[in-house]
Design a protein around this ligand. Structure first.
Ligand code: MLT
Length: 312
């Protein structure tokens, strides 16, 4: 009998096709509540999710046949990995599927913040021709601080170098050799970087250490007029005090793609035109979605066939 894969969020057609080619039965059931998922999961050998499904301990324990959980994307913070490990269920992700898209979204927000693109667009649509209030600043020869020099942070460094930016970085797991290769001056202490940066971007996972890593003390230590971007995970910047520092003009603008609770339709940032907000679009390109769908389909199929799968 064909092994059954439950897919609870929209997955690229190519990914579904790949599973069917590998002899799997892939059922797509969208927008399930946790209770529905708990009631449904016992029939399935594998589960594929993106970021909206919370794969809790209860879900995993209900999955009596469950062998593998695939995350069609990078972050696995919506999966209880400890519970899965205890239950002997593999958790895998598609670690390189969307890194280019995330790096490009970072550059997009850096540029949009520096050049007031969103505000100018809103003004044009309101029938205005107003140039004076939208004078921007160049990225060229500015200092960009990159927190997190993993795959995405590294791609951001490459792109920022092409804009002629000076790069500083903080990442306790990055070797001096890699930092040198990326052209990033590596610092051991995040506090030393804050006063240097004209722009700051974070490329860190959501962990107990990273949530709230930037709050009032860190904002106060930054350069006047700094621009902040977050395409990683909501909560790394404390948003309440970020709004206070935007209001005070200490932070000139921010580009925020991710929120502590998603979907997010209101936040202290929503009232600021210089807070450029996007609804978690970092990985949301046709190319990245196709790559994520196919990569995760391959891993899930391999896992169900008993092959070794790189775990998340
Ligand atoms: C990821 O972790 O892959 C990205 O944040 C995109 C997503 O959550 O779908």
């Amino acid at each position: 009998m064909a092994k059954k894969v439950l897919v609870t969020e929209k997955l690229a057609e190519a990914g579904l096709a790949r599973m069917r080619e590998r002899g799997l039965e892939a059922d797509v059931k969208l927008k399930m509540s946790t209770e529905e998922l708990i009631a449904t999961i016992p029939d399935y050998d594998a589960l594929i999710v993106r970021s909206a499904t919370h794969v809790t301990r209860e879900v995993i324990e209900a999955g009596k046949k469950l062998r593998i959980i695939g995350r069609a994307g990078v972050g696995v913070d919506n999966v209880d990995v400890d519970a899965a490990t205890e239950a002997g269920v593999i958790v895998c992700n598609a670690p390189t599927s969307n890194i280019v898209s995330a790096a490009e979204q970072t550059m997009c927000l850096l540029l949009a913040c520096a050049r007031n693109t969103a505000q100018a667009n809103a003004s044009m649509h309101a029938g205005e021709w107003s140039r004076g209030k939208f004078c921007g600043s160049e990225l060229y020869e500015k200092t960009l601080a990159i927190f997190g020099l993993g795959r995405i942070g590294g791609l951001v460094a490459e792109r920022a170098r092409a804009f002629g930016m000076h790069l500083v970085g903080y990442d306790p797991y990055c070797s001096p050799e890699r930092a040198e290769q990326l052209g990033v001056a590596l610092y051991d202490n995040m506090e030393d970087i804050l006063p240097l940066a004209d722009f700051i971007t974070v490329h860190l996972p959501k962990t107990e250490e990273t949530i709230g890593m930037f709050g009032p003390d860190q904002y106060a230590a930054m350069k006047d007029g700094v621009i902040l971007v977050n395409v990683a995970r909501g909560g790394i910047y404390n948003v309440d005090s970020l709004a206070d520092f935007l209001a005070a003009g200490k932070i000139a603008a921010c580009g925020i793609d991710v929120f502590e609770t998603e979907p997010c339709t209101e936040s202290p940032l929503h009232e600021f035109p210089n807070a450029i907000l996007t609804p978690h679009l970092g990985a949301y390109t046709r190319e990245a979605q196709t790559r994520a769908g196919v990569q995760i389909a391959e891993y899930v199929a391999a896992g169900l066939e008993g092959s070794v799968v790189p775990t998340a």
